[in-house]
Design a protein around this ligand. Structure first.
Ligand SMILES: [Fe+2]
Length: 463
């Protein structure tokens, strides 16, 4: 039996035996109804005291809100009074520095369980203690290693924003549901590319799978969180119960970027490339606050010295031929704005599989195979633009993007040269003059599945 089919059968069995989660198993398209809510406060076995190990470290660490000279490192403790110190230094060597991040008490109001497997650690109600170390005065274009004194095994890294024209890599992923088993392998196959940071298209964690809690999610996702900065977008599964968005999503990942008038959307920059995280759970039209912010912020970024191009990413797709709605109205409003402000790449999620569309001047990638149950990527192939879909498939995967790969750090520590830069693959029938040559400004994309197979690979010039 194939792994995917086996997983489907397991999930269908799970759905059959867990009626409240049946809609969640069949589709993740609609806002989470009450039936998708995790079981809460249902245990008569818990004594009311949050379990806590000797280090008191309960989640993390991870890094976010990174620019050329600043970064934040967060973690959670299950008791007050743990060691608050993070120690960091450039990976290439240099003096260690220390920053303390004192306890910030945060109350979780209900206990949430993975209803299908009571062995999964619950998310207990009670007071948890967040830590946020605000690092400043960092060196630009430098990767740092850090560790927590609370726990000698709690280590991570991040890279400050690259200089415009520097090469760098980032990873895009979406719809991560590690309890189902494949996310670990997606990460194993893609993190060795050593991305500076990860953009996440949303649906970060799935209570709706009935097998997952945040307490389970963090340890499995630790390799990704410790690899580099984490910049998530907001998906519909970030609000599976009334408390989740405030008590988990924003507590863990709020303030991930900059120029953030609302908790749900923001931007950041590295290497002259500007990234815009859009919240598709919020209003997104030319008339909405978010839409006005996005249009103005894209134009502002395009006017900055050193600007190369922009990347926009979000959860619910504007275009898809799979089993989720598209959004032609918003696309009609914003694609001209994207083109006017040199948005070369759009990442979207929510449709659990992979797609790539090549439209004139802009590439849309659906990268939503991060571990949630794969669904029908061809359910709406009749949509008028589906002849522009040049690659697609029902597989678990993540996407690695190299900007200016000829100048990117090699995985062996050197710098890639033009001679051994991989020849670009076919960029699709409509890519035309956008196909990149073997040298010159370009970005290169590789999509690798959970078995290590390269499922799509393409490159485009940076005009
Ligand atoms: Fe979704």
């Amino acid at each position: 039996m194939s792994r995917t089919r086996g997983l489907v059968l397991v999930l269908l069995a799970a759905c059959a035996s867990a009626v409240p989660s049946f809609t969640a198993c069949m589709s993740s398209s609609s806002p989470a109804p009450a039936a998708e809510e995790p079981a809460q406060d249902a245990s008569d076995e818990w004594d009311g005291v949050i379990p806590c190990g000797p280090t008191m470290l309960s989640k993390g660490p991870w890094s976010l809100a990174i620019d050329a000279t600043r970064a934040k490192i967060r973690w959670e403790s299950c008791r007050p009074g743990s060691n608050p110190t993070v120690v960091f230094a450039p990976e290439s060597g240099g003096a260690e520095q220390r920053v303390d991040a004192p306890d910030i008490p945060k109350v979780v109001s209900v206990t949430s369980f993975a209803t299908l497997d009571r062995k999964v650690p619950p998310d207990y109600k009670g007071t948890w203690y967040m830590h946020e170390a605000a690092l400043s005065g960092l060196a630009p274009a430098t990767c740092y290693a850090y560790r927590l004194l609370a726990d000698p095994t709690a280590k991570g890294r991040f890279c400050t924003a690259r200089r415009s024209g520097d090469g760098f890599r980032f990873m895009a992923i979406g719809d991560t549901n590690p309890a189902l088993g494949r996310t670990k392998y997606v990460l194993d196959r893609n993190l060795p590319a050593n991305p500076d940071f990860v953009i996440h298209g949303g649906d970060i964690q799935y209570y709706a799978s009935t097998l997952e809690t945040w307490a389970l999610w963090f340890p499995i996702m630790a390799p990704m969180l410790r690899q580099g900065g984490f910049f998530p977008a907001i998906g519909n599964h970030e609000s599976e119960n009334p408390q989740e968005y405030e008590e988990y999503t924003l507590r863990f990942f709020g303030g991930a970027g900059f120029d953030q008038p609302s908790p749900g959307y923001y931007r950041f920059e590295s290497g002259g490339v500007w990234f815009f995280s859009v919240d598709t759970q919020d209003k997104w039209s030319a008339q909405s606050d978010q839409g006005k912010w996005l249009a103005a912020s894209l134009a502002d970024a395009a006017s900055k010295p050193g600007f190369r191009f922009s990347v926009v990413y979000f959860h619910r797709p504007l275009v898809t031929c799979g089993d989720m709605p598209d959004n032609p109205g918003t696309r009609a409003q914003f694609e001209p704005i994207f083109l006017a402000n040199k948005v070369l790449l759009v990442f979207q999620a929510h449709m659990h599989g992979y797609e790539r569309f090549e439209f004139p001047g802009i590439t849309y990638v659906t990268t939503a195979g991060g571990g949630g149950l794969i669904t029908d990527v061809d359910a709406n192939k009749f949509r008028t633009y589906c002849d522009k879909r040049v690659a697609a498939g029902p597989y678990y995967h993540a996407t690695i993007v190299e900007v200016d790969p000829a100048a990117a750090p090699r995985l062996d520590g050197g710098v890639e040269g033009g001679a051994d830069a991989a020849a670009p693959r076919d960029a699709g029938p409509d890519a035309g003059a956008r196909d990149a040559g073997p040298s010159g400004p370009m970005y290169r994309v590789k999509v690798t599945d959970d078995d290590g197979n390269v499922r799509d690979e393409f490159s485009h010039v940076i005009p």
